[in-house]
Design a protein around this ligand. Structure first.
Ligand code: SAM
Length: 188
């Protein structure tokens, strides 16, 4: 099973109809659509990306679906997500997906960056509901991805283990360059 499918499976088991979710890196909108399917028309998805191309691609995808009204797309850094989530949804986020790196078929020079990724993860932890989940697909194989992946793993080590559980999955033999999925669950 691919790591993306594994992330979807974890989220499918966690997210219910009517829930609130964040796609922190919407890219071409596949994960946004997946989250919208999980929360349904009674739920809400907030999607972030810094690139207009990602917003346009995702909006087009949503227009062809029944989920367009439950998704809000925001062209901003996920580092600033807390400022964009309405007060009534703060502390009520049931899932937050990160798919790090560059936009597939897009400008490969625009990648997620360690500092903003860590700011976003910290914000996401605060926004999560009890039992809420963060999934992070991290790719150390591209330039800059190695530093970012190491930074994310170090960041997870300082999480209070009474408040958060952290699991890590590899699709192949673990190695320094192998992509990985980190799953964080808020316990309280
Ligand atoms: C691997 S792609 C995401 C793929 C996407 N989830 C999908 O289903 O197609 C990573 C995305 O992160 C975006 N990105 C980079 N830095 C960002 C930031 N600070 N805040 C939000 N998005 C960012 C990139 O523009 C790119 O579209």
């Amino acid at each position: 099973m691919s790591l993306l499918k594994l992330a979807h499976q974890h989220l499918h088991d966690t997210v219910c109809a009517g829930d609130v979710a964040i796609d922190a890196t919407i890219g071409n909108g596949h994960d946004t659509l997946f989250l919208a399917e999980q929360v349904g028309v009674a739920g809400k998805v907030y999607g972030f990306d810094i690139q207009q191309a990602a917003i346009v691609a995702t909006r087009e995808k949503l227009q062809q679906s029944q989920w367009r009204d439950c998704v809000t797309l925001i062209q901003a850094s996920h580092a600033d997500m807390a400022a964009h989530i309405p007060v009534n949804h703060q502390g009520k986020i049931n899932a937050c997906m990160f798919n790090l790196g560059y936009l597939p078929k897009g400008d490969k020079r625009i990648i997620t960056q360690t500092d903003s990724t860590l700011q976003a993860l910290t914000a996401a932890c605060d926004l999560l509901a009890p039992q809420g989940m963060i999934t992070i697909l991290a790719y150390p194989g591209h330039a800059g991805g190695d530093v970012e992946t190491a930074g994310v793993e170090q960041w997870t080590e300082q999480l209070n283990s009474q408040h958060f559980s952290v699991s890590i999955f590899f699709s192949s033999t673990p190695s320094s360059l192998a992509p990985r999925l980190l799953v964080i669950q808020k316990l309280l």
